[in-house]
Design a protein around this ligand. Structure first.
Ligand code: NAD
Length: 458
């Protein structure tokens, strides 16, 4: 990766900063590269900058770090831009959620069937989607040949939006496919002997191929369900890969849902806290309950506090905290290493469905699929066997419609579109309720620009 410039936008991200910086320091091929850390929160920025410099020094990594609060400056001369920024932070997501709850929309209006993810807001997230395009358009002007690695959510809507409205090379990144390893481990399988493939959309992927030592491994899953499933208990709210919800989805759709797809089933799993507990386990009822999300907020706070502490306390041995031989398993840095240094790798990435990779999905929709990456570029695998018809028709089709509706609302900007989307939500009991909740959200102080954008068009 010698000599490349990487810009990380939203570098203070609780979830990403330590992992990306650590991976970069540990990747031999990154030697000689420079990294521009960009964030509008100076405390977080200073902390990640200090930490990055200290860790690189401890490892003897030849990397140069700069920090800036100016996005345009950060992407100047960049070869890769990683966007992890969350505009308005979790506080604004909470405010939108509360506005929704005041009007009878548990967990907020964005918490929709097939999209239950609590920081994956698509309808009330105007500022975030607008920023996605701002990064891409600034890149077109300043570093037109750079790759945009889109990590901030919503990845499905964001990658599709950017690839439709910008010429920048954009790839969406997520780590949900590692759920395959949890399935294999639960069944006592050696992952090296598992031949697997997943396909779908971000947070909507399915284990289409599952072979163990060249034989169909689904019968082994059936045995596990018969003998072991009843003993399953979650270790944390995100531990849902082998949950009753996952098994139920498998039984209905014929393939195992992987990663965050399990949070994105139908209303059946989400009617109320008791339903969530039944399907995602006690005590939290999964990540997308009040209890599960409070757990995650504490986790994020602890992670940010830890990076502040590690940055300032020079007596802490960073090599013990972050062992040099252990990579975070985020795909960003290995992806760059594959593309630049030819360290070929297999990744699961969100890319436009050119080809098409998944038949019957339009080519301008981002799909999440396995790809091989090398110096020649990104080579999607043929999806074989294909996704079953029921998954295509009853899961991916409605999820894609939701994505299209959210983008229609965002691009066109007319609150009647948001109202119309809510009319299709079973929580809506009257049109007045849909009108009132949209007005409540548009009246939030940080949504001034959104409100203007969503004026009714004549
Ligand atoms: P966070 O609030 O801890 O971090 C976001 C960072 O963005 C903060 O440091 C904030 O100061 C910064 N920021 C806000 N506005 C900015 C602006 N205008 N310019 C530059 N930086 C700005 O959030 P988090 O929990 O770390 O999540 C970050 C994003 O990553 C979210 O969208 C989340 O949903 C997403 N996420 C993605 C994955 C994935 O695998 N793709 C996994 C987890 C979280």
């Amino acid at each position: 990766m010698s000599g490349i410039k990487l810009s990380i936008i939203g570098a203070g991200s609780a979830i990403f900063s330590l992992k990306l910086v650590g991976d970069l320091c540990k990747t031999k091929g990154s030697s000689g590269s420079s990294v521009s850390l960009m964030d509008i929160d100076e405390k977080r920025l200073n902390s990640v900058h200090l930490l990055a410099a200290r860790y690189a020094a401890a490892l003897g990594a030849n990397l140069k770090f700069e920090k800036t609060t100016d996005m345009k400056r950060s992407i100047e001369g960049a070869d890769f831009v990683i966007n992890t920024a969350l505009i308005g932070g979790h506080g604004q997501l909470d405010a939108s959620r509360k506005a929704g709850e005041m009007h009878g929309y548990a967990r907020g209006i964005d918490s929709q069937e097939f999209n239950m993810v609590s920081d994956y807001n698509t309808l009330s997230n105007y500022n975030q989607l607008k920023y996605f395009l701002e990064v891409a358009h600034n890149m077109e002007e300043i570093c037109p040949n750079a790759w945009l690695l889109q990590s901030a959510n919503p990845v499905f809507e964001g990658t599709t939006l950017i690839s439709r409205y910008s010429d920048i090379k954009v790839i969406g990144f997520c780590h949900g496919h590692y759920g395959v390893e949890i399935v294999a481990r639960s069944l006592g399988l050696d992952i090296k002997e598992v031949n697997w493939q997943v396909a779908g959309f971000n947070h909507n992927i399915w284990l289409t191929r599952f072979l163990y030592k060249d034989k169909d491994a689904y019968p082994l899953l059936d045995q596990w369900i018969e003998k072991e499933a009843m003993k399953w208990k979650p270790e944390d709210p995100f531990d849902d890969q082998m949950s009753p919800a996952a098994i139920d989805m498998y039984k209905f759709y014929g393939r195992m849902p992987i990663g965050d797809s399990i949070r994105n089933g139908s209303w059946k799993y989400h009617y109320h806290l008791e339903a969530k507990k039944k399907w995602y386990g006690e005590p939290w009822g999964g990540a997308d309950s009040d209890l599960g999300w409070a757990w995650y907020q504490n986790y994020l706070k602890a992670s940010t506090d830890k990076s502040f502490k590690l940055a300032l306390d020079k007596s802490i041995n960073l090599l013990q905290e972050f062992p040099p031989e252990v990579m975070s398993r985020e795909q960003h840095i290995p992806f760059i290493d594959a593309l630049i240094n030819g360290n070929q790798g297999r990744f699961v990435l969100n890319i436009p469905n050119k080809g098409p990779i998944i038949p019957s999905i339009p080519e301008d929709v981002a799909v999440e699929v396995p790809v091989i990456v090398d110096q020649e570029g990104i080579h999607p695998e043929e999806i074989n066997p294909p996704l079953p018809k029921r998954i295509m028709d009853m899961y991916l089709a409605p999820r894609r419609s939701r994505m299209e509706w959210a983008l229609e609302a965002f691009v066109y900007g007319d609150k009647r579109i948001l109202q119309e989307i809510l009319v299709r939500d079973p929580r809506t009991k009257s049109f007045e309720q849909a009108e009132a909740v949209i007005d409540e959200i548009l009246a939030l102080p940080f949504n001034k620009e959104m409100k203007k954008h969503y004026e009714i068009k004549k």
